[in-house]
Design a protein around this ligand. Structure first.
Ligand code: FES
Ligand code: FES
Length: 895
């Protein structure tokens, strides 16, 4: 028996030579601040200090800690927070916070070394990037991390605790924030899912008895649909719960079944062939997944091709004939290109996870979800339970980005297993599951034709998108081009191409980035051919008032004004500047409610909304504090519980626009009630009258629902109205089936990117990123800036690095680990500034709409346009890998 010291306390280490340090710290000792993400030394989330030196605990056998002193994130603070923790809080160097403990531990070690050697000099950006290069943050909070580490090293946080722009920041920098994967009840079992090794098969004779016979197994359940079909590698077959993961894995291996393999087809090109095996027969089509935020309209199917969906076209025939004429006449202004975009994984650092527990007929489920209220409703319906008998809890969620909005297999499996075992069960996906079966932004092929008129107007536009949706439908890419750049005629056609791959899922601005990658490059190319400044052309063609102001802002940037262009450059390294535009819809969720109360002299706000790193708690607290002249810390915000008054899901950038208006209404009501019932008025001349009134108020409760918007200013209308009858029908469907209203005004983003391209090796370095955003009033500025920056860095990943690779013969995902699926690290973060234009949404109570989606839409085309500007060759495929750049420069296709 060996021992170690953890945060100053002696602990016994297990004799098991295979026990990993991270598991001992988390599961045996219960210090869940240390996170397990990649399990392979890539992400740094599990970093701890071993005798003062940072190590990744997922690669270290527990016995390596024998006789040594370990410090986890919980032990970093002594009596007071460490300067690095204070700096992280002050600079909001975090969003979901799941990566934060690893960053804090590593940055603390760096800080202490730096201060010992260099006093309070400030480390450079490069020195910080190098020190933290072993850490990944999927939310992209890197800009705040740079600032926090630099200022902590410079001694600016040696004093008192700072003000926190984010309410829960202290819990996240100290490792106290508890995520679903951290929940541990007495007697809890560990659930594991048996998944299909075949891309297409019928499963028969599933026998769970051998699994149940293994000692330590508490339950085994089938997860097969009634037809026994599996349509992708990784489709769930069964699940087992056991006393520990190792036993559960052994039980999974003991399950027997027979399999009738069926012909399978993998990927966009193969699935489009006439003779391709069909993934969903007509009777099974409703089993397909959904890659959009809302439900899709009806569409025809032919084999694996669902479409054409072309309802958002306008004079499609005319567009076709004008484009054909221009082609025939070899019109030099006609821009035609085929672009390809790759599959992007959400890659949330906290995996999909659920912990289910029954107490009598009451079900409590912790779920890593973007929709506590909806998941609660769905579970009540599925299990025939009264709403109040189901409680869904998500106190902290380690990222979602669209992939955690639905009721997932992890939740169903945990509940079914808990019911059979009569014990709490946790199901948490491992990294391979997370990077293969939890959804993705589909790859797509995009054919664009754009024709300016001789007078310089936009005459015709055509976009046809084939999306590689796997076992899912409802991609909406081309249709989104209806709501930008009005043309005399547009033909916009979407196809889903289904194949035996896991289903895609909504991902931050579904359809937006691929649409923009094609359209924004086509507009850029048109500007080149017309010899017009690309910003001037956008200003001419794009009439949206929000974007008109953003174009003026972009035109004034030094980066834009000082660009050189490819023609004036030679040598190995060339710089380029590109611009692109993006928009997203302004969604809000009707029925979203907030309860506001006085409890024992404090204000308490409650709503069944969740915080997936977007800062919902802080947005609510900031508004209430502002209206009552208090500090945000004076307000208790209760969210993340399905029993609270109905709140919006986190998706489609709807939370701020859904939650701020009822909060304001509730404030108004509560003020009236407090003024009416307070035991005494404030002191004459008081400078904190509301604080005094609240202290003198009895306990009170008011609630309010999201009101309708006010009448918008002239010129601001719903974009769907502009899209004619089909837009109106689409709006009605969204409201009826997806509980989403599309409001007037268009959240918009214009981005200017500067890159440096190594023309020998093909590397692209993003030097500067300028993001202009028209998203109304900014409710929590530091958090909004961080959201925008995070969306941009995800867009940079999409453009330059991220690609999910699949074996075209078997359907296995080959990139289901964080070495092979490369997301941007801190050294990939350019210098970034965010400009907020706060006009345009005065009709929205509170004036705020969402930020998260619109900020990622134009990033990939802005980078592509910058690369074109640098090297004179247009990238047509993302990720824009070095080999593709080199091949393009040599005038040939990459391998
Ligand atoms: S979990 Fe250990 S490095 Fe990623
Ligand atoms: S804050 Fe870094 S992963 Fe979310």
């Amino acid at each position: 028996m060996s021992t170690t010291t953890i945060n100053g306390r002696p602990e016994t280490l297990p004799d098991d030579p295979d026990a990993m340090l991270v598991d001992v710290i988390r599961e045996q000792i219960g210090l869940t601040g240390t996170k397990l993400v990649c399990g392979s030394g890539v992400c740094g989330a599990c970093t701890v200090l071993l005798d003062g030196a940072p190590v990744v605990s997922c690669l270290l056998p527990a016995k390596a800690a024998a006789g040594k002193s370990l410090t986890t994130v919980e032990g970093i603070a002594g009596e007071k927070l460490h300067p690095v923790q204070k700096a992280f809080i002050a600079h909001d160097a975090l969003q979901c916070g799941f990566c934060t403990p690893g960053f804090v531990v590593e940055a603390t070690a760096f800080h202490d070394r730096w201060r010992a050697a260099k006093g309070t000099t400030t480390p450079s950006r490069e020195e910080i990037a190098s020190a933290l290069s072993g850490h990944l943050c999927r939310c992209g909070a890197y800009e705040g991390i740079f600032r926090a580490v630099a200022e902590a090293c410079a001694g600016r946080f040696d004093g008192n605790d700072p003000t926190a722009p984010r309410l829960e920041a202290r819990d996240k920098v100290t490792g106290l924030a508890r995520y679903t994967v951290d929940i541990r009840h007495d007697g809890q079992l560990e659930g594991v899912i048996l998944r299909s090794p075949a891309a297409h098969a019928k499963i028969r004779d599933l026998d769970l008895t051998p699994a149940r016979a293994i000692a330590g197994v508490g339950a085994a359940v089938s997860l097969l649909a009634d037809d026994g079909m599996v349509r992708f590698v990784g489709a769930p077959i069964a699940a087992v719960a056991a006393r520990d993961r190792r036993t559960a894995l052994a039980a999974i291996a003991a399950i027997t079944f027979s399999r009738q393999d069926l012909p399978a087809v993998i990927g966009l090109d193969a699935a489009r062939r006439e003779d391709a095996p069909v993934v969903f027969e007509k009777k099974d089509r409703k089993r397909a997944g959904n890659v959009s935020e809302g439900g899709g309209g009806p569409a025809s199917w032919k084999g694996n091709l669902r479409g054409p969906s072309a309802a958002f076209s306008k004079r499609a025939k005319r567009a076709r004939s004008w484009l054909a004429e221009a082609r025939e006449a070899r019109n030099a202004l006609l821009v035609e290109e085929t672009f390809r975009v790759s599959t992007q994984q959400h890659a949330c650092l906290e995996p999909h996870a659920a912990v289910a527990r029954f107490e009598g007929d009451e079900l409590t489920v912790h779920v890593s979800t973007q929709a506590v209220h909806e998941v609660g409703e769905k579970l009540a319906k599925r299990y025939g339970l009264a709403h109040e008998k189901v409680q869904v809890i998500a106190d902290h969620v380690g990222g979602g980005f669209g992939s955690k909005a639905a009721l997932g297999t992890e939740t169903i499996a945990a509940i079914e297993l808990a019911r059979e075992a009569g014990a709490p069960v946790r199901v948490a996906f491992d990294r391979e599951e997370e990077l293969s079966v939890t959804g993705y932004r589909p790859a797509a092929e995009l054919k664009v034709s754009l024709l300016p008129s001789a007078e310089g107007k936009l005459k015709a536009l055509s976009l046809t998108a084939h999306a590689d949706t796997g076992a899912a439908v409802n991609s909406t890419i081309a249709a989104l081009a209806r709501l930008i750049y009005p043309a005399e005629a547009k033909e916009l056609v979407d196809f889903d191409v289904l194949s035996n791959l896991p289903p895609g899922a909504p991902f931050r601005g579904p359809g937006g980035p691929p649409m923009a990658f094609a359209i924004e490059q086509a507009v850029d190319e048109a500007a080149l051919r017309m010899n017009v400044d690309p910003l001037t052309l956008r200003k001419r063609w794009d009439v949206d008032p929000n974007r008109q102001r953003l174009y003026d802002w972009a035109a004034g940037l030094d980066t834009w004004r000082n660009r050189k262009g490819a023609a004036s450059q030679s040598g190995r390294y060339r710089r380029g500047v590109g611009v692109a535009t993006g928009y997203w819809l302004y969604f809000w969720q009707p029925g979203s409610s907030v309860e506001l109360a006085v409890r024992g002299g404090r204000l308490v706000a409650s709503s069944a909304v969740q915080d997936i790193g977007t800062g919902t708690r802080s947005v609510i607290a900031n508004i209430i504090a502002r209206e009552f002249s208090l500090e945000p810390g004076d307000v208790d915000v209760r969210i993340g519980r399905s029993h609270l008054p109905k709140g919006p899901a986190s998706g489609g950038s709807r939370v701020t626009s859904s939650i701020v208006p009822p909060t304001l209404l509730a404030i108004e009501k509560l003020k009236a009630e407090i003024a009416r019932t307070a035991a005494r008025p404030p002191m004459p001349g008081s400078n904190a009258p509301w604080r005094e009134l609240i202290a003198a108020s009895p306990d009170l409760t008011v609630s309010a629902q999201r009101p309708k918007d006010n009448k918008p200013l002239p010129g601001i209308t719903s974009p769907l109205r502009q899209a004619g009858i089909m837009g109106m029908i689409f709006g009605w469907m969204l409201k009826t089936f997806s509980h989403l209203v599309v409001g007037a005004g268009v959240p918009s983003s214009v981005q200017v990117m500067e890159v440096e391209v190594d023309t020998w090796l093909g590397h692209v370095r993003v030097l500067n990123a300028h993001t202009g955003l028209a998203v109304g009033k900014v409710a929590a500025p530091a958090l909004a800036r961080s959201q925008a920056a995070g969306a941009v860095i995800q867009g940079i990943g999409y453009a330059l690095y991220e690609a999910r690779e699949t074996d075209p013969s078997t359907g296995h995902v080959l990139s289901a680990n964080m070495e092979d699926y490369r997301i941007p690290g801190i050294a990939d973060m350019p210098r970034l500034d965010v400009h907020f234009d706060e006009a345009g949404f005065e009709h929205v109570p509170g004036g705020s709409v969402g930020i998260g989606e619109v900020s990622t839409v134009p990033t990939s085309p802005a980078l592509a346009n910058a690369i074109r500007d640098a090297i004179g060759v247009r990238p047509t495929e993302i990720p824009i890998r070095p080999d593709r750049i080199v091949a393009a420069l040599k005038g040939r296709a990459a391998a």
